[in-house]
Design a protein around this ligand. Structure first.
Ligand SMILES: C[S@@+](CC[C@H](N)C(=O)[O-])C[C@H]1O[C@@H](n2cnc3c(N)ncnc32)[C@H](O)[C@@H]1O
Length: 247
């Protein structure tokens, strides 16, 4: 781990240790897998769906090879498969999330990935990479994007959605309930500018950026979770983004 990664990890640790049990993404999602698909009134999942629908409505998925990075339980797969792609391939660090996906899609082409490497994919094989709500869990996004660059074709699209870095920078955390425990999942701050700059080096340009911020229209989500203190604290802060890049 280089110095920058160590600093990011310490900042992240500082924010996360304020009130919760912190777990690595692999560990946390292995626990959350059991009820991830049953989440109700989850602000992030609700808006993620809206953003992904909008972004993929602007591109052609038909007959394309789609790679879903951090596919989890395959929450987005019915949406993707409805567009008649040639193939959908997924990977995730969490065995239990993949197990849930496999129950829904027994013939799915999915792999458990480690260390951000994708040895199960040849060079220049995917037309589109989709990654929803994943990359803030990753420290070394340079390494991750370099591996994406290896497996993606020259003419291609990337769609990323995620918890907004501005919310992370203000101390926002990603949590879920496990019985009576609240578990916080490790997150790392990467600005949108950093993400865009790395992908720009690989020739990708932004076509579409969608952001939603915390305002009156989402207050009812906070009210349902008895978290109006967080609503006040983070009022006017963007909480989610989606970005479509192509080359
Ligand atoms: C919030 S879930 C999103 C799952 C799915 N994309 C969705 O939108 O429902 C984040 C996913 O990222 C996966 N993940 C976290 N770190 C990862 C890594 N380094 N490599 C691959 N997957 C990772 C987690 O295991 C989890 O399934």
């Amino acid at each position: 781990m280089n110095i920058l990664e160590k600093i990011k990890k310490s900042i992240n640790h500082f924010y996360n240790t304020k009130n919760n049990i912190i777990k690595s993404p692999e560990h946390a999602y292995n626990i959350w897998a059991d009820n991830y698909d049953d989440e109700k009134d989850n602000l992030i999942l609700y808006y993620d769906n809206i953003i992904l629908k909008e972004l993929i409505s602007k591109i052609q998925l038909k007959d394309k090879i789609i790679f879903d990075y951090g596919c989890g339980t395959g929450r987005n797969w019915s949406l993707i498969l409805n567009k008649n792609p040639a193939k959908v391939i997924g990977c995730d660090i969490s065995k239990k999330m993949l197990h849930k996906l496999n129950k829904k899609y027994p013939n799915a082409d999915v792999y458990q990935s480690k260390d951000l490497m994708l040895p199960f994919l040849l060079n220049n094989t995917c037309d589109i990479i989709i990654s929803t709500l994943v990359i803030a869990h990753i420290i070394d996004i340079e390494k991750m994007f370099s591996e994406w660059e290896r497996i993606i074709k020259n003419k291609s699209d990337i769609i990323i959605t995620d918890f907004h870095p501005e919310l992370l920078a203000k101390g926002g955390v990603r949590t879920f309930k496990n019985g009576t425990e609240i578990i916080t999942i490790e997150n790392y701050y990467h600005s949108l500018k950093t993400i865009e700059e790395i992908l720009f080096r690989f020739g990708f340009k932004v076509n579409n950026l969608i952001e939603f911020k915390i305002d009156e229209s989402v207050k009812h989500f906070y009210a349902k979770h008895k978290a109006l203190n967080l609503y006040e604290k983070f009022y006017n802060t963007p909480f989610i983004y989606g970005i479509h890049l192509s080359r």
